[in-house]
Write a protein that binds this ligand. Structure first.
Ligand SMILES: N[C@@H](CCC(=O)N[C@@H](CS)C(=O)NCC(=O)O)C(=O)O
Length: 215
């Protein structure tokens, strides 16, 4: 098999790439990495010294691709299928990239800040950072709620890279700061995402690991 995905079944950015792989039934070998295992961590660092997953290895093209957004763009170009993640229309392309950046930087990142703080030992917590992250999430929910009032998917009628980014970001953000009844359009969009077979499969496979999530 040409493609290997180095990932963890609970990791949100890995979910983003799994959605893209499952959308098109792209064949790949999954390699689950336990970062607390020194050998497995060293192997990941060898591939990508930053030490974060997902990382895609493509033996057929002799390429190692880190970063979820870049992996999805790579899959779209070299292993394309029925779902295209990057729209062909140039204006739709930048809109997909913008929404992808938005969900990564302004939903996923503050969510990770809040979750990460829960894992910090006493005396090393960062309440000010968590306050800033909470405020950022609040703004993002408001923006998403407005735009999803008239859209099915993140950029309109077609599922794209941006929806792969949105699903795991919203899933875990909702765990740390529920959308609530005041964000009905965010909640309805999230229901659509969860009903998408690719993401439903990701969540099902992650289920046995959810107990590891710091609630
Ligand atoms: N910008 C990266 C972020 C990847 C990332 O934050 N991955 C997390 C898992 S969701 C990770 O590897 N965490 C382990 C660590 O930072 O040590 C991407 O889009 O792939």
């Amino acid at each position: 098999m040409s493609l290997t995905l180095h990932f963890h079944p609970l990791a949100s950015y890995c979910h983003k790439v799994l959605i893209a792989l499952y959308e098109n039934d792209t064949p790949f070998a999954p390699n689950s990495v336990d970062l607390s295992n020194e050998t497995e961590r060293a192997a990941l660092l060898k591939l990508w010294p930053i030490g974060k997953f997902p990382v895609l290895r493509d033996d057929a093209r002799n390429q190692t691709i880190p970063e979820s957004t870049v992996i999805i763009e790579y899959l779209d170009r070299h292993y394309s299928g029925r779902t295209r993640f990057m729209p062909v229309d140039v204006d739709r392309t930048w809109q997909a990239r913008l929404r992808d950046r938005f969900y990564d930087l302004y939903v996923h990142e503050p969510m990770q800040k809040i979750v990460g703080d829960r894992l910090r030992p006493d005396g090393k917590k960062d309440p000010h950072g968590v306050e800033e992250a909470t405020a950022r999430l609040r703004t993002s929910y408001r923006m998403i709620d407005q735009e999803m009032a008239t859209r099915t998917w993140a950029i309109g009628d077609e599922f794209s890279l941006a929806d792969c980014a949105a699903a795991p970001a919203l899933f875990y953000a909702n765990e740390v700061m529920p959308f609530g009844e005041s964000h009905a359009n965010v909640a309805a969009y999230f229901v659509r995402l969860k009903a998408r077979p690719s993401y439903a499969r990701v969540l099902k496979e992650a289920e046995p690991y959810f107990a590891m999530f710091p609630r």
